[in-house]
Design a protein around this ligand. Structure first.
Ligand code: KDG
Ligand code: MG
Length: 407
């Protein structure tokens, strides 16, 4: 199964996606998601200049060996650009292996550990009333787990809430440069519990309730928030504080029993080593496409399982349907699986990717087609030119007279 061709495609069906396509001499084709939101061109250039030429002639069967070559042989290790590029190669090779074996990827990994993957959707509102409507709509769609975000009075733009009147939140901002936003920890900490209170009062405690603090807080503030919302029994509080300093989660842990999730910007096992070994969090949110592919995320999942920590992959629309499918296959196998984020995709996005997953009663299943089960429609993709966009939503300028600090 010698690799004959490795090509990179960039497209923008409503939002930017980068896809790697690998073809073997025997004509088998595999695809992998190489989308790094807000840094799309960096990964496509890295693949084209540094990785694709190395792949030609390699045996597509040897996924682990190719992974190690790309990781260790490049001298520079880790980092989101490198690990997204490696992930794209890895997933494309798993896709090829599945097609060659006539098996879906989850079967190659050891088979299913469950009948489907519990997913959570996004309910957001400019006000608590709008949030309640959205929550209701999502329940009707079948969701059993929902992330809730609402505008915080007095903060111009709150994370996770759409910019305009609509209730649909879109993570990417198209434009020349990222926007800066204002932030007030005091306003957020006093208002957030009211959001959960309103939801639990209206809908009870049967659904799983999640919330994303999106790296806005210091460890002490995060501990205060976790403690103040314990009665609402969150499924998790996500990204309460930035995780570069993994030890800082100790303070949160000492003060609250609210479950903590982190990791959507992690790209390797080293980003979560202390968090896992010291059981400082409950869920690791790294994804297949930003953390080195199925081969590496599987390693993280196994390591986390030793410490009773579960996986809860990131899954906004800035992960392409090909990346989502890869996460679903791995999630079917992961014994310590927790939940999968699933925002859904627009019609235009799905016109570029033929997917085979099914969503029923709050659970996703990747389908039984050999490999990834996703076809990339090149002719459709060619219609949508990439447009510059940014992911600015983790950059909030703190208010008051503090020196500018980014959280
Ligand atoms: O592009 C930014 C998104 O990936 C991010 O806002 C999504 O935090 C996010 C989440 O939990 O889905
Ligand atoms: Mg998040």
């Amino acid at each position: 199964m010698k690799i004959e061709k490795a090509e990179v495609f960039v497209t923008c069906p409503d939002r930017n996606y980068v896809i790697l396509k690998i073809t073997t001499e025997s004509g088998l084709v595999g695809i992998g998601d190489a989308t790094l939101n807000g840094r799309e061109i960096a990964v496509s250039a890295y693949l084209e200049n540094h990785i694709c030429p190395q792949l030609i002639g390699k045996d597509a069967k040897n996924i682990e060996d190719i992974w190690q070559l790309l990781y260790r042989g490049a001298y520079w290790r880790r980092g989101p650009v490198t690990m997204t590029a490696i992930a794209a190669v890895d997933v494309a090779l798993w896709d090829i292996k599945g097609k060659a074996a006539n098996m879906p990827i989850f079967d190659l990994l050891g088979g299913s550990s469950r009948d489907g993957l519990l997913v959570y959707g996004h309910a957001t509102g400019k006000s608590i009333d709008q949030l309640i409507d959205e929550y209701h709509k999502h329940k009707e769609m079948g969701y059993r787990a929902l992330r809730v975000q609402a505008s915080i009075p007095g903060i111009e733009r709150s994370y996770g809430v759409s910019k305009d009147k609509s209730s649909t939140y879109e993570p990417a901002t198209k434009g020349a440069i990222p926007e800066e936003e204002n932030w007030s920890t005091e306003k957020y900490l006093s208002y957030a519990p009211k959001i959960f209170d309103a939801i639990r009062n209206k809908f009870g405690f049967d659904d799983h309730l999640l919330h994303d603090a999106h790296h806005r807080l210091t460890p002490l503030e995060a501990a205060q928030l976790g403690k103040s919302v314990e009665d609402f029994k969150l499924f998790w509080l996500e990204d309460p504080t930035p995780a570069e300093n993994q030890e800082s989660f100790r303070m949160i842990r000492q003060h609250t029993t609210t479950p903590i999730a982190v990791g959507e910007i992690f790209n390797s096992i080293w980003d979560c080593k202390t968090l896992i070994e010291e059981q400082l969090v409950d869920y690791i949110r790294a994804t297949v496409c930003h953390a080195g592919g199925i081969t590496h995320l599987r390693r993280i999942a196994d390591f986390a399982s030793l410490y009773q920590i579960k996986m809860g992959a990131h899954g906004p629309s800035d992960i392409s349907p090909a990346g989502m499918a890869a996460g679903l296959h791995l999630g079917m196998w992961i014994p310590n699986f927790g939940i999968q984020e699933f925002m859904g995709y627009s019609e235009k996005m799905l016109s570029v990717f033929n997917v085979n997953w099914t969503f029923e009663d709050g659970y996703l299943h990747p389908g039984f087609k050999p490999g990834l089960g996703v076809d990339f429609i090149e002719d459709e993709a060619a219609k949508y030119l990439i447009s510059r966009s940014f992911t600015n939503s983790s950059l909030n300028r703190r208010d008051s007279l503090e020196l500018v600090s980014w959280v």
